[in-house]
Design a binder for this molecule. Structure first.
Ligand code: AMP
Ligand code: MG
Length: 280
């Protein structure tokens, strides 16, 4: 899935990335969904090994405009994966305590430990996205953050964290349809926020801010992928494929037990053969 990878230090122009692209999949939605189910099972097994081996850490960063499908990816890509080994960290408007610290403080605390998979639903990138678009801090502050973020992610990677970052790329037309669906269906009203329409007016500014993120912070250790996200099945299939590929690349194995399994089995058989009366 190299075609969606942003090569380090390339200038990204999102206009040349088609949000409705489905060209890496040979087949339609129906088969795509079936293949996703297979990938779900593969990811389930890979996650179990990650957890058992207790060595690697995996961090998945999800960013994208409202309705781009961050929640949908979490639901569908990780379906079947044992909840004990996966943690979702959502980043909302910072609390007063969080604002009293540097912007990476709340982020670092939620990174994965050994054997863990953590999904960031939004992330430290909001500090160069919404913060930049709304001028929540001066430019001289946010403009330094790209290099700071690269240094932060380099530290995580060098200490053993595998990092994958996905930008869910949707078109404004698709967003309009999804917002309409949220307003027309009472069971989706909770997902809508009157502020979403105002943010939508800033589409151009967000696009520019995303292009800068993608151009400045895709590194070998923490690459960005621009995921076509107008078609939900394709978005899920691409992300699941990249995850499975990455996890297989870690060449994980189950840990060797620190005891002699054959001897334990023998002892177990003997124990099972004890007569009932001697078990008191
Ligand atoms: P949602 O993901 O739709 O539940 O909304 C979370 C909101 O929190 C979004 O509007 C984000 O832009 C906002 N948010 C997240 N991180 C920050 C941040 N560092 N500064 C300001 N707003 C943020
Ligand atoms: Mg929202």
């Amino acid at each position: 899935m190299k075609k969606y990878l942003v090569k380090p230090a390339t200038k990204v122009d999102l206009r040349v990335h088609d949000p409705a692209d489905t060209s890496a999949y040979n087949g339609g939605k129906k088969h795509g969904k079936e293949d996703l189910a297979k990938l779900n099972r593969e990811l389930e097994a890979l996650q179990e090994m990650l957890f058992a081996q207790h060595e690697h850490r995996l961090l998945i960063v999800l960013q994208g405009m409202d309705t781009s499908g961050k929640d949908g990816v979490i639901r569908h890509v990780f379906e079947g994966v044992n909840p004990q080994g996966v943690r979702v960290a959502g980043f909302k408007v910072p609390t007063p305590i969080e604002l009293d610290h540097d912007y990476l403080w709340r982020v670092h605390a939620r990174t994965p430990g050994r054997g863990e998979m953590v999904i960031f639903n939004r992330s430290h990138y909001e500090d160069v996205l919404v913060v930049r678009v709304h001028a929540l801090v001066p430019e001289k502050v946010w403009s330094k953050r790209y290099a700071q973020i690269n240094a932060f992610e380099k530290t995580l990677a060098e200490e053993g964290t595998t990092i994958l970052k996905f930008f869910l790329h949707i078109s404004p037309e698709e967003q309009r349809e999804r917002l309409r669906a949220r307003l027309e269906d009472p069971t989706k009203h909770w997902k809508y926020n009157p502020g979403d329409l105002k943010e939508r007016q800033l589409w151009g500014k967000y696009t520019k801010a995303y292009e800068d993120v993608l151009s400045k912070t895709s590194t070998t250790q923490a690459p960005w992928y621009v995921i076509p996200a107008d078609k939900k099945w394709y978005r899920n299939w691409v992300i699941a494929s990249i995850l499975a590929e990455t996890l297989k690349g870690l060449k994980m194995s189950y840990p060797e037990p620190e005891y002699d399994a054959a001897a334990e089995l023998k002892a177990f058989e003997q124990e099972a053969a004890l007569p009932k009366a001697s078990r008191k």
